[in-house]
Design a protein around this ligand. Sequence first.
Ligand code: HEM
Length: 492
Amino acid sequence: MVYNSQEPGSSGIAAGISQLVSGCPYAHKVTELTSKTTDWGRNTLYYLLFGSAECFREQMRIEPGIDRFFPEKEFPVGHKIKLRVVTDPSKIEKILKIARYSEIMTGGSEFDALAHVIGDKNPLTEITEAEHDKIKQYAMKTRFGANIINQNALKYFTFAKNFVKKEFSLADGNTLFNMTEILPCFTLGISSNIVFESENTFSDSKITSVIGKLEQFISEGMLGHVRHFVPGCLDHEKTKCMQTFDQVVKQIQYPEKQNNGFACTMKRDNFSDEQIASMIKTVLVVGSGTTKSTLISAIYELQKNPEYQEKLYQALVALDIPEFNEEELSDQSAEAYRKQIVDKLFKCEELKHFLLEVMRIHSPIPIQGRKTVTPIIIDDLIIPAGTTIYLTNFLANRDEANWENPSVFDPSRFENAENIKRFSPFSVGKNECMGRFHARITMMCFLYHFLMGYKIPPFDYGIDEVRMGDFFTHAFLRAIQAFLQLRKKMGN
Ligand code: HEM
């Protein structure tokens, strides 16, 4: 690896990279560089500029076999990687603004990695701007806009209530629940049930683990993260996972009876079968992974901060949302409940601040990639066309230059409206998250029922440090588990 350390503090970035991509072929070299200096460049850990496709071609040395996974033009065999790290805060700020708002950058290598799993006909990986805009606007208008999500508030609330009631019915303080296994069933189930109106409940852990595996393939495709690339082996495993996944997608795409779910709506509006399949995959893989990993992190923080857990619980109790049995509701009272959920739960400041703090400290999307379309000149820095830029959210979110006591879990920091304004876990600009309202409501409804029903005592993870891995959606390296104490019996 050619390492450009001409800018101050770049070794800190190196340490950051090695945290994020530990295990990738060049990470040990990065670590070596770190050990030579005491400067962590703490306020400069924002951007890693990786060499353009040209640089990859010239310098990246990749084991034979990798080219079967990566497109030949991007990652040819036999070259070394050239890494350029930008650490000058003023340049970083300029790049940040360009990357977030401009048309002269497209998605970076994670979009290519995603395309391998979810196809290239969806808002994340769509190559033509016009198609991207068309399909994304359509999705926001028909299924993911704030108004539509609010209209469906009762459905979200009820799904979460029934899930929590069923899944944790054995809670007695001594039964251990594996939240890392349970939560994907929830996030996949709610997407499938509410977005696609599908009967598929995702209660089969084999299917949820296949989808988890696909997430891992995406991670490996990002950052040239190739440690698991054993030629032949991966292809076989990935093919098997994709086959299972395709079967699930088919069940959703071609239901026995037509419904008003997103897939059938897209069909009626003349989207192609390929586009519809890709949208289902996007929602299942991208939407579920991020939401699930945020909820898992939330459980972890509640275990670690029992006093805060009590505070949040009291805030939820104070909302005073009455119990109801949805099957017995008249249309009129259903509407009254829906309004209460929207007005009380969705506007609950304490819950909002809690989720923001979880997303700050655990960064569900740890890095975002962008690729320059044209050469960009920032002061004396020339970024060639085709350069991949990584926005290292994970590092920026824990940077002392940005946050007071960044490693302290403190939702009250978001009582300051300025902090809310400058924190965008769902990104901003052209690529802003399409599923943000769906994700927020999903997480709020789960946490409401979970915390109203159960107290989560601290959990002793023993000497194992609970560390985050370098996945596409940030995830703990070990399972998050919980004993649950009943607060009150769940009603109907
Ligand atoms: C806690 C949950 C979530 C977080 C933190 C999150 C975060 C993000 C971020 C940061 C981006 C921008 C990525 C980039 O620019 O490189 C993004 C894009 C996207 N997200 Fe989410 N997301 C979440 C949930 C969801 C859900 C539930 C869905 C779908 C139902 C979804 C669908 C998408 C799509 C389609 C895009 C691409 C938008 C575009 O490029 O135009 N996300 N998300």
